[in-house]
Design a protein around this ligand. Structure first.
Ligand code: UDP
Ligand code: MG
Length: 321
């Protein structure tokens, strides 16, 4: 299998058939073996019915994974990756805001040697105040913090070589950080302008709160990426610095006692000194706890983050671990 196009579906009954059509139109001229993996993220409308029909109509290309409940877009994407076969993975929204017609151009970029081709919604068609503006701010922040410089992390439409995106679990709002993880393993990333359309059917599922979640996830990503092996270096270093500061204050107090004859015991600096030592040890302990959590985190990587009701056109054994 050359290519897997993966799309999370949550209450998109009017869109999925059009999505399948548009993906087919875009890919059939290419000489590629491809599949469209549609993950129904607990839709409460007629989406599953549409997916059943599609899978029956086009069994060569359409694969369906049905979740037992809504687990969120990122989890749906991660299940899509688990159940897909392609050497190349393209993620795309089901609501046709991303345009499947852009996929061939992105594949051409991969052929040039890039490992990740990230879509950039130059003319983003979402509400400005609650979505576009906050995400501009978040994008600037992510770019600074992660050192992976993209204009539009939130654009779902991205193409990846499978090997640069396997080996980590996605959760929260983290699908937008996939390029950051990919960079960690040495991927070459390029950003290309893509089309973006207003939603034609159904409702957008997010508002301003989403950008706040993205910012909080950014802390986790930064933490896990740069301190993941050794959080004790961060907290422990801070702790040692605090204890050193306490020592310097103590020397200063002793100096005052010897040369100016001041009473150490009456000085507020002595309290500062004691506080610094306590804070220092606390910070070191925090580092140890973080270290412990980190190990638990790594061990729990294999735990299932979603439950599947049924799959169509997927052999159970095909599922990647
Ligand atoms: N989606 C999902 N689970 C959810 C919310 C959304 O699978 O809990 C899917 C949705 O069906 C769509 C994509 O994620 O294919 C993006 O959602 P939406 O269009 O609401 O987000 P926006 O385009 O506004 O960022
Ligand atoms: Mg959308």
């Amino acid at each position: 299998m050359d290519l897997s196009v993966i799309s999370p579906v949550y209450n998109e009954e009017e869109s999925v058939v059009l999505l399948h059509q548009a993906v087919t139109d875009a890919l059939s001229p290419l000489d590629l073996e491809w599949e469209l993996v549609l993950v129904n993220d607990g839709s409460t409308d007629g989406s599953q019915k549409q997916l059943d029909l599609l899978a029956e109509k086009d069994p060569t290309h359409v694969r369906v994974v049905e979740f037992r409940r809504n687990f969120g877009q990122t989890t749906a994407i991660s299940a899509g990756i688990d159940y897909s076969q392609g050497k190349i993975i393209v993620l795309i929204d089901a609501d046709l805001q991303n345009d499947p017609a852009d996929i061939p151009m992105m594949l051409a970029k991969l052929d040039e040697g890039y490992d990740v081709v990230s879509g950039w919604r130059v003319n983003r068609q979402d509400t400005f105040i609650t979505r576009t503006l906050p995400s501009h701010i978040a994008n600037g922040l992510i770019s600074r913090v992660t050192g992976v410089h993209l204009h539009d992390y939130g654009c779902t439409l991205k193409a990846y070589r499978r090997e640069v995106i396997t080996g980590f679990r996605l959760y929260g709002e983290m699908h937008r950080f996939i390029p950051v993880y990919a960079k960690e393993v040495g991927a070459d990333i390029v950003e290309v302008p893509v089309h973006h359309h207003p939603r034609r059917f159904g409702k957008a599922k997010y508002g301003l709160e989403r950008t706040l979640k993205v910012v909080l996830d950014l802390f986790t990503v930064k933490f896990f990426n740069s301190f993941s092996s050794k959080p004790i270096y961060l907290f422990g270093g801070l702790g040692l610095a605090l204890i050193l500061a306490a020592f310097i204050v103590l020397l200063f107090l002793i100096g005052l006692r010897i040369f100016a004859g001041e009473h150490m015991i009456r000085s507020p600096l002595l309290i500062l000194c004691v506080m610094l030592v306590i804070m220092g040890f606390q910070s070191i302990l925090q580092g140890l706890i973080a270290e412990l959590l980190m190990r638990t985190y790594h061990e729990s990587q294999h735990k299932l983050t979603y439950t599947v009701r049924k799959t169509i056109n997927i052999e159970e054994k095909e599922k990647a671990d």
